[in-house]
Ligand binder design. Structure first.
Ligand code: HEC
Length: 155
């Protein structure tokens, strides 16, 4: 009787152990899946934020290209920035302080007619101008974005 009991108990313990061992293994793999999902989740947040709020270095690159494009597409012929450029259009040296929105700026570059009736008199910063700015619909959205980033950076 005693022997049998001992055997029974032993077997039972063995089974429990195996059961527990099995459970433990299942928990491990569940943990692994959850951890992987969590890491993927963090990565997607990181890359998502990076797209929404570009890092400082990419913002600087955009501003630099914007400055180049501003000269390349002859905006400088009519707009003065830091004492260089023409005077047919408003001085943009402190455009970043003007409070004009980024999207407004992009639209104003692509198609100024949207805001200023061609040939009419417009007053900007207390000075009168003839609305003669050409359309820049041939620029890509990316180019206009960079020019706007450059203008907005001028404080
Ligand atoms: C032929 C002259 C001329 C050229 C070239 C020109 N602009 Fe203009 N710009 C003007 C004038 C004049 C205005 C006033 C509003 C208008 O004419 O529509 C103006 C207005 C603007 C404004 C609005 C300023 C404000 O404070 O409201 C922005 C921004 C601007 N120009 C950016 C540019 C950019 C960027 C380029 C080149 C891609 C450019 N301009 C090329 C003459 C010019």
């Amino acid at each position: 009787m005693i022997k049998k009991d001992a055997n029974f108990n032993n077997n039972n313990n063995d089974l429990m152990y195996k059961k527990n061992n099995h459970k433990y293994q299942i928990n491990m793999s569940k943990n692994f899946i959850f951890k992987s999902i969590f890491i993927l989740f963090l990565c997607s947040i990181f890359f998502g934020l990076n797209l929404l709020y570009p890092t400082n270095s990419s913002a600087k690159k955009n501003i630099k290209s914007g400055k180049y494009l501003f000269n390349y597409y002859s905006c400088i012929n009519c707009h003065t920035i830091n004492a260089k450029g023409g005077t047919l259009g408003p001085n943009l040296s402190h455009y970043g302080k003007s409070g004009k929105k980024f999207s407004w700026t992009m639209k104003a570059i692509l198609n100024p007619d949207r805001y200023f009736k061609p040939g009419s008199n417009v007053v900007i910063d207390g000075r009168k101008y003839y609305a003669i700015m050409p359309k820049y619909t041939y620029l890509t959205g990316n180019q206009v974005y960079k020019i706007a980033a450059y203008l907005k950076s001028l404080k």
